[in-house]
Design a protein around this ligand. Structure first.
Ligand code: C2O
Ligand code: CU
Ligand code: CU
Length: 538
């Protein structure tokens, strides 16, 4: 269980709430996956698990992805393929899938208002190398075993280009997607979204970042070029021979597991890398690209970190952060000032573990141009908060879990409905709505909506037991406003257990079918994902 889930759980148990049997079941299922010793890996060969903490840390330089910018009219071409790349100096090369030729998909650079086309080519092999669960919906044996479709997370895109889970295509095929990019600067990312498979496809490596920029951002003169570093973080399990291991349930025919934390934390495709920096201000673009792990990040030695942006762009002003809690799919745009650490090594930590080493040069020859973020304050544009009074519809959506039909595993759902059931959420184009996520489970679920950006209104503890027993909604405390670094635009929101998390959003852009889901990929695929359809205003 991750730090944040634990933290929220503590709050909730303080409120004296009772929970279902799921933790017990999940724990049993975890026990079916040996943490050490011979295991049956995805390709059925017995292997021994790697313990990443036994590896020498900080021996690999942080890879910086290739920057890709559209030139002229031709679409960018990004090919998904199988590659072999080293995740650590002392680990044999790992088979993985990637967008492009290296573990880090290209960093695509876009400009607001300048449409871009990307041709996503599926050049993957025809067989999967991770444990496909054919019993998941949309994942049957009658389909091509390898399927992929790219989704540009955080982009406002017509439905046909959005990477709808059923729009997958097999190896040997490709698709050109049109991205209007009529939206403000933001840290976007792209990843696979094929129904039932994307938890495996993303784990295999189908992840990349897109930075969308605009004039407002340019005018701030933020650190750029080599002073702006993308950090794509995720966790993985490896066998000692360096191959990816994705845990399985031990239930014959149903390998799906509800969630897991991988042994190794990778940044830009390396286990605990280092990066050389100058004693000055840097901009770090951080993405939690993990399947289900939450990160609790902090910079060592009290080095000042300011968060200037969240998922969907800049905040009203820089917010000084001590630690940063990022759920899967959340992004943080950070400024870090290394000028006070000239000649030293400082570490980015996740919980107690140093995951990235910054080697700060002594500064000889470099002009320590430490633009203090304080200076930036007056230059930021306040994010206008959406008025609750402007909302025309309020929807209440429960986050539930239940035993599956077989009674041997869990199922996570939204509103007690599965993916294939008819659409129930049909917002009108340009309508402002409030969505209330009523979390009846004991996990924090990061809920993501396609198409829109939203604001977090508040979170409020309620009596889960009463709610479950049809005794209505009883609040147990006052509503909590989001922290200042959550007061900007978001597209993924942490919904803690025992709380109602409210967001407000305007359904701008396009009519058509989209989706919302938990971004814990294991939950999403079984079955915490639902369509919504934006309909004409008329
Ligand atoms: Cu990251 Cu459905 O998205
Ligand atoms: Cu998305
Ligand atoms: Cu979830």
């Amino acid at each position: 269980m991750s730090g944040s889930r634990r933290r929220f759980l503590q709050q909730v148990s303080a409120a004296g709430l009772a929970w279902g049997a799921r933790r017990g079941l999940a724990a049993q299922m975890q026990m079916a996956m040996p943490a050490v010793g011979p295991v049956v890996a995805s390709d059925e060969k017995p292997r021994v698990m790697l313990h990443s903490l036994e590896l020498t840390p900080f021996v690999d330089a942080l890879p910086i992805p290739e920057r890709l910018m559209p030139m002229g009219e031709r679409p960018l071409r990004v090919a998904m393929r199988e590659i072999r790349e080293k995740v650590h100096r002392d680990v044999p090369a790992t088979r993985m899938w990637s967008y492009g030729g290296s573990a880090m998909g290209p960093l695509i650079e876009g400009r607001s208002g300048r449409a871009m086309r990307v041709e996503w080519v599926n050049s993957l092999p025809h067989k999967h190398f991770l444990p496909v669960d054919y019993s998941l919906h949309g994942c049957g044996r009658e389909l091509p075993e390898v399927r992929a479709v790219a989704h540009l997370h955080g982009a406002r895109v017509p439905t046909k280009d959005d990477g709808y889970p059923e729009d997958w295509y097999a190896p040997g095929h490709s698709r050109v997607c049109h991205y209007p990019l009529e939206q403000e600067s933001a840290t976007l990312w792209y990843h696979d979204h094929a129904m039932g498979l994307n938890r495996l496809n993303i784990y295999a490596g189908l992840v990349g970042m897109m930075l969308l920029r605009d004039e407002r951002e340019d005018s701030l003169g933020l650190p750029s070029g080599k002073y702006e570093i993308p950090l794509v973080m995720y966790d993985r399990n490896f066998s000692v021979d360096g191959q990816l291991y994705y845990p399985t349930s031990g239930i014959a025919g149903h390998p799906w597991v509800p969630e897991f934390d991988g042994d190794a934390i990778l940044i830009n495709g390396k286990i605990r890398p280092f990066v050389e920096v100058e004693p000055r201000l840097y901009r770090l673009r951080v993405l939690n690209g993990a399947n289900s792990r939450f990160f609790a990040l902090a910079m060592e030695k009290g080095l000042a970190v300011w968060q200037i942006g969240s998922d969907q762009g800049l905040l009203s002003a820089p917010v000084k952060v001590r630690s940063l809690n990022l759920a899967p799919a959340e992004r943080a745009d950070l400024l870090v000032d290394f000028s006070g650490a000239a000649g030293q090594n400082v570490h980015l930590k996740n919980g107690g573990l140093e995951v990235l080493q910054f080697r700060v040069s002594s500064g000889a020859g470099t002009k320590a141009c430490s633009l203090l973020p304080g200076k930036f304050h007056k230059m930021f544009t306040p994010v206008v908060r959406t008025e609750e009074a402007g909302a025309t519809v309020t929807r209440r959506i429960t986050l539930d879990e239940a035993l599956n039909g077989r009674g041997d595993s869990m199922l996570m759902v939204l509103n007690r409905k599965r993916w294939m059931e008819p659409v129930t959420e049909k917002p009108k184009l340009n309508a402002t709505e409030i969505w209330e996520f009523v979390n009846l489970t004991e996990d924090t679920h990061p809920i993501h909506l396609h198409l829109v950006r939203f604001q977090v209104l508040d979170r409020r503890t309620f009596d889960v037991f009463a709610y479950r027993n049809a005794k209505g909604l009883r609040y147990l405390a006052e509503a909590m406003k989001p922290e200042p670094n959550e007061m900007g635009w978001k597209d993924t929101v942490q919904c803690p257990p025992g709380m109602i998390t409210r967001i407000i959003t305007k359904f701008e852009g396009y009519t058509g079918k989209y989706l919302y889901h938990c971004h814990i990929l294991e939950h999403e695929s079984n079955d915490m994902m639902r369509p919504f359809e934006v309909v004409d205003e008329g």
